[in-house]
Design a protein around this ligand. Structure first.
Ligand SMILES: [Ca+2]
Length: 149
């Protein structure tokens, strides 16, 4: 077994556990996701401004497994991650997250399809405040939309 495979197991278990609790709903993820093919035009995410520790009130997304790589954080629902860049880059957050920490104080549902019309669609996975995903399993490099409830 290679290292990548072994590292994916914990999040896969977490996702299966979430599915068992009815938190994951399946849907189509085949629709076009990028409205009008638009390039990222603005940065709406609130930046943590520092590396390392997760901050209260924020959802932290990471470009790599185990909270590595690019970082960005959000303080509210965001329907289209394509309008947001990883901290210090001009690289869209869309379809780039591979691990996450929820410190929002709220439930967060993450979806594979986002849009500027204010809807999140497609496959989705949710997690409670205080939960970390060391990787997103089958949702790696798919997340496009976040709903804070
Ligand atoms: Ca997506």
């Amino acid at each position: 077994m290679n290292r990548t495979m072994s590292r994916k197991i914990p999040a896969a278990v977490a996702l299966l556990a979430a599915m068992g609790m009815g938190m994951v709903t399946a849907g189509s993820a085949t629709a076009a996701e990028n409205p009008a093919g638009a390039a990222p035009v603005s940065v709406e995410a609130s930046k943590s401004g520092e590396s390392g520790a997760a901050q209260t009130g924020r959802l932290h997304l990471y470009g790599g497994n185990n909270f590595s790589g690019y970082t960005v954080s959000f303080t509210a629902t965001n329907h289209w991650l394509g309008d947001n860049y990883w901290d210090g880059t001009s690289i869209s957050v869309d379809n780039g997250a591979n691990s996450a920490k929820n410190r929002t104080g709220r439930w967060v549902q993450m979806y594979t399809i986002g849009s500027r019309d204010g809807n999140c669609r497609g496959d989705n996975v949710g997690f409670a405040n205080g939960v970390d995903f060391t990787n997103l399993g089958g949702f790696n490099n798919t997340i496009s939309c976040l709903i804070f409830s």
